[in-house]
Write a protein that binds this ligand. Structure first.
Ligand code: TRP
Length: 444
């Protein structure tokens, strides 16, 4: 067994994994599209009722086996060991995710450069053109920025759980938090826009909730807590003994929600302050609307922009490393590979996939599969199919296959009997059903 996290190291590493582009980009975008605060409320409800429940299931697999996802399922399954070990291979989806996720971090690096060099566009049209130029025509920038992210991420993972992942998170997470607080204070000083943003995020309007928003909220809760692809299993394998993991988990969830809300308040303050459209879809909100607003604020705006993009880079990198570690840990455990060799192998795969993603955004190459860009194929395949599947499998495995006694022993010091019963009931009957509903909806 490799060395374990310290107690705070575990919380920060998992929070680092959870807090990422999902909070900064998906969260405000979806809140905007689904009419604001009622969606936030739903998201909170589903985070506690479904994601939290499955999170504890994945944590149990990791903690009780102290292994990577594949060997974890194998060790804990009382029978059909090889069949159950297949469930662990959902971790390969994390390798697909990191390939396009690192590219998005690469775009953010480019935007940080635009901010520092005073090159953000002043109007929405120009801003859109700038973004399109980067994606459609600029192979060189995308290639350089992706390659940079690639090396940083693999360098950190090469140092291992304690010396790489923990050390990075211990300074990056607090720095991210401080940057956000500073930006929030600035947003607060913008009076009117801030009040509108508060109203938008915190006064619920239930008329905006549709069946689809419920499912969007559930999918977001899943992605945002890094569930379904072995990350939580893997980090929990290094969970130090005698840690109150229930409080840790609640802290992680709280941090994740708090940072999402802070990002939301910052983004929407600017949006309302300058009358941009909160319903703008996709990456438009961060890369197009928000940057225009930074540009309008002149020098201060460019500094704020640089700070904002820097915080996104931090949040993204701590998430990206958590996508590589499961597969690396598996290769090390199963084939007795050195960490270095395991990472070279994974690195080659990620580097090829990442470059294919770049090619798929360029108008000259437009690498497509099934009419979708390769980038979108990876995104949809992982978030709509593999992640929910991974979550359902973890819930069924822990709820129906693993011995209940082992779970009771694990939870008993930190959770009263009645809470255990409630959790176990949700795990078996409520959470997997909820997830099945998401998947069915995605394919209707
Ligand atoms: N939770 C991260 C975010 O919100 C993304 C992430 C990190 C992730 N690790 C993951 C998503 C594993 C799915 C699976 O940006």
């Amino acid at each position: 067994m490799s060395s374990k996290f310290s107690k705070i190291g575990f919380v920060l590493a998992v929070a680092g994994s959870a807090v990422g582009l999902g909070n900064a980009w998906k969260f405000p975008t979806l809140v905007g599209q689904n009419g604001g605060s009622a969606f936030v409320l739903l998201y909170l409800l589903l985070t506690l009722g479904v994601a939290f429940v499955i999170f504890l299931a994945e944590l149990s697999i990791g903690k009780l086996s102290e292994k990577d996802p594949v060997n974890g399922y194998k060790t804990l399954a009382p029978s059909n060991k090889n069949a159950w070990s297949m469930a662990g291979f959902t971790m390969l989806a994390a390798i697909l995710i990191v390939s396009f996720y690192s590219l998005v971090i690469g775009w953010i690096i480019k935007y940080m450069y635009f901010s520092i060099s005073g090159n953000l566009s002043l109007t929405l049209e120009e801003s859109k053109k700038q973004f399109d130029t980067l994606l459609l025509n600029d192979f060189t920038s995308q290639f350089i920025c992706f390659t940079l992210v690639f090396f940083i991420v693999f360098y950190v993972v090469s140092k291992g759980v304690k010396n790489g992942i923990e050390k990075l998170n211990v300074w990056m997470m607090p720095t991210l938090f401080i940057l956000l607080v500073l930006m929030l204070l600035y947003a607060l000083s913008r009076g009117g826009g801030f009040m509108d943003a508060m109203q938008f995020l915190f006064v619920p309007d239930f008329s905006k909730i549709t069946g689809n928003s419920v499912l969007e909220a559930l999918a977001l809760a899943f992605f945002s807590l890094s569930l379904g692809v072995g990350t939580i299993i893997t980090y929990s394998a290094s969970l130090p003994d005698k840690t109150n993991f229930i409080t840790s988990t609640l802290n992680i969830i709280l941090i994740n929600i708090l940072i999402g809300l802070m990002m939301g308040l910052i983004v929407f303050t600017f949006i309302f302050e300058f009358g941009a459209n909160p319903n703008q879809a996709g990456p438009g909100l961060i890369f197009i609307s928000l940057t225009t607003l930074f540009a309008k604020l002149g020098v201060i705006g460019h500094i704020l922009g640089a700070a904002f993009f820097l915080s996104l880079i931090f949040a993204g990198i701590t998430s990206a490393i958590s996508m590589i570690e499961p597969f690396a840990f598996y290769l090390i455990n199963t084939y007795k590979m050195s960490r270095k060799n395991a990472l070279i192998l994974i690195g080659i795969i990620v580097y090829i996939l990442g470059n294919l993603c770049i090619l798929s955004t360029l108008s000259a190459t437009e690498f497509k599969i099934f009419e979708m860009s390769f980038f979108d194929v990876l995104d949809k395949l992982t978030s709509k199919i593999i992640m929910p599947l991974g979550g359902i499998l973890a819930a069924i495995f822990v709820g129906f296959v693993m011995k209940k006694r082992a779970l009771e022993i694990l939870f008993q010091p930190y959770m009263s009997g009645i809470f255990f019963k409630i959790w176990y009931f949700f795990l078996r009957f409520i959470s997997p059903l909820a997830v099945i509903v998401i998947v069915i909806n995605a394919f209707r």
